[in-house]
Design a protein around this ligand. Structure first.
Ligand SMILES: Nc1ncnc2c1ncn2[C@@H]1O[C@H](COP(=O)(O)OP(=O)(O)OP(=O)(O)O)[C@@H](O)[C@H]1O
Ligand SMILES: [Mg+2]
Length: 313
């Protein structure tokens, strides 16, 4: 199984926690928090320096499934904001990493959560020993200097936070920094990409129509059998034969979605199982640990999945 060393994630939750810790000592104290010191962004400095950490340096492995690569390239050529829709662990994040690499554009990823505020995206004033200075948030950084800004699990963010992307995702392509009194005109290379799992939204948590209608959408799903087996074998280091069996189990489990399972077994889980098998773990034990136990606590469902495993191993 591969790590993703080439990917820099900007995590507002950690930043929010760091700020909360600092808030006990006046607003000024929060400025010398870990967030301020570790955040690799600044409103000054050359574009190349600022975005260098976000360049995808080596080619991510991505097996195209249909015409998504061509469609994304066409969308990027007109800077259309793009929504990647699909269940967990089906390749959305890997796809955007691959596209950023292919297009040679920096990729700034934001893991969205409900504590995230508009300032976490846009930026804020910080106080340090030299006085007050503005620090661009990830969205402002990407818009100002020309990166792809990937808002992962955007539905987790509150709607009043999500609306800050509106002026950047329509014909205006601007970002007003109200606190700073500045209007950023988006760099020509800038694009917004969001990910969205259609199974997870509820009445309380969904994107507003006015947000959805600013994006083109690419549908993702688990790839068809041969392709998924190829991906599982490649990523886990197990044989193609074992990978095919894992995919059979995955397909069986996916048929149980809505009949006791909330979500099907993801490609990611199949890769986990394959990695354990490649390390010498017995296939039954590997599948129990990586596929069956994480996905359900229901004893009957466990039995059903365990028996699917024994059919193939
Ligand atoms: N088409 C593909 N080509 C290469 N690898 C893939 C592909 N699809 C899935 N994978 C593998 O599956 C793993 C999970 O995919 P990824 O992390 O992109 O899922 P995701 O859709 O972003 O899930 P989540 O919604 O949970 O964030 C990847 O790390 C990668 O190893
Ligand atoms: Mg992802």
């Amino acid at each position: 199984m591969r790590n993703d060393p080439f990917m820099r994630t900007y995590s507002p939750r950690q930043e929010a926690m760091a700020r909360a810790a600092g808030a006990q000592n006046t607003a000024a104290a929060s400025t010398q928090s870990a967030a301020a010191l570790t955040r690799p962004v600044s409103a000054t400095g050359s574009t190349a320096d600022l975005l260098a950490p976000y360049l995808v340096k080596s080619q991510p492995y991505y097996r195209s499934v249909a015409d998504e690569v061509e469609l994304y390239e066409a969308a990027y050529s007109v800077r259309m904001p793009i929504m990647l829709k699909g269940p967990t662990g089906c390749g959305k994040t890997r796809f955007v990493e691959y596209m950023a690499w292919k297009l040679g554009k920096p990729l700034i990823t934001v893991a969205c959560n409900e504590d995230m505020t508009a300032s976490d995206l846009v930026g804020r004033f910080l106080l340090d020993v030299n006085g007050t200075r503005w620090q661009d948030g990830p969205l402002a950084l990407a818009a100002r200097h020309g990166a792809i800004c990937y808002l992962d699990e955007v539905v987790e963010a509150r709607q009043d936070t999500t609306v800050v992307i509106h002026p950047l995702t329509d014909a205006r392509r601007v970002l007003p920094l109200e606190k700073k009194g500045e209007l950023i005109e988006a760099h020509p290379d800038f694009q917004v990409v969001i990910s969205y799992n259609p199974g997870y939204q509820s009445l309380m948590k969904d994107l507003k129509q006015s947000t959805k209608q600013r994006f083109g959408a690419l549908d993702f799903n688990y790839p068809e059998h041969e392709v998924e087996a190829e991906i599982v074998a490649h990523e886990s280091g197990t044989s193609l034969e074992v990978a095919k069996n894992l995919v059979h189990i995955g397909e069986r489990a996916r048929n149980l979605k809505g009949h006791g399972l909330d979500e099907g077994l993801s490609t990611r889980m199949l890769i986990y199982a394959g990695s354990l098998i490649a390390k010498g773990v017995a296939p039954l034990a590997a599948c129990r640990v990586a596929l069956v136990r994480p996905i359900t606590d229901d004893p009957d469902m466990r039995d059903a999945l365990d028996s699917a495993v024994t059919t193939y191993f």
